[in-house]
Design a protein around this ligand. Sequence first.
Ligand code: SAM
Length: 245
Amino acid sequence: MTIPVEQLRLYAELAEWWPLFTSPEEYKDEVAYYAKVIKDELKGEVKTVLELGSGGGNSASHLKKHFQMTLVDLSENMLNVSRKLNPECEHVLGVNKVFDAVYVHDAIAYMHTEKDLRKTIETAYLHCRPGGMTMMVPDYIKENFTDAIVTGGHDKLKQGLRYMEWIWDPDPSDTSYLSDMVYMVRDENGQMNCVYDRHILGLFSQETWIRIMKEVGFIPKVIPFDTKSDTEGVLILFVGHKPLK
Ligand SMILES: C[S@@+](CC[C@H](N)C(=O)[O-])C[C@H]1O[C@@H](n2cnc3c(N)ncnc32)[C@H](O)[C@@H]1O
């Protein structure tokens, strides 16, 4: 069962709290590495990048220093948060152009069936110019998954948000895992509201990723994550080059 984005409370009624959930600073080192990989892979022949599932735009706030970014998300509320952070970027609910590169960061985790993963890879293929590339960054693949607890959050004057994310996999034989989240949200009067939110996320083996990328038409490549950065979870980037013809 796929949970519609409008029922993911983090991206719906809590979207305006996103900047207190996570900050652009937390993405800085990780995204610098992604920018380097995109430039290296396309040998500098890259100007335009499409980001699918760009959310609050934290990742884009760093990539826009290198590329002309077009940002797409299903949640209008999240696009509005990103518009404030990245007013110079184009924000759209859908797009009909081709780009030098198509980048999908943690939003790829919302694809938890092979059918949906394939559809996203096909969408990336359609939006890449010949000779362009896609880069997808799943938080986990089958081979590196472990249960985990992640905590975080920020304050802004009297407002604040703290969260605990409990990552676990009730059925290791299928292609999904769970992120059960609890947010404690403190408003400007000091009132505390506690919200529970379940996210169903995808878990595929490296072999599955590579197979689908090939079937869609990309020439796939697995790039290890820069281990000098302390980014949690992410160990592998999937790059796909679209042949020139
Ligand atoms: C973790 S957030 C992305 C945060 C982003 N990496 C950033 O830097 O701010 C995940 C985003 O994926 C979006 N999303 C989830 N499922 C989607 C889908 N099927 N199509 C497009 N966007 C989707 C959500 O609306 C949400 O904004």
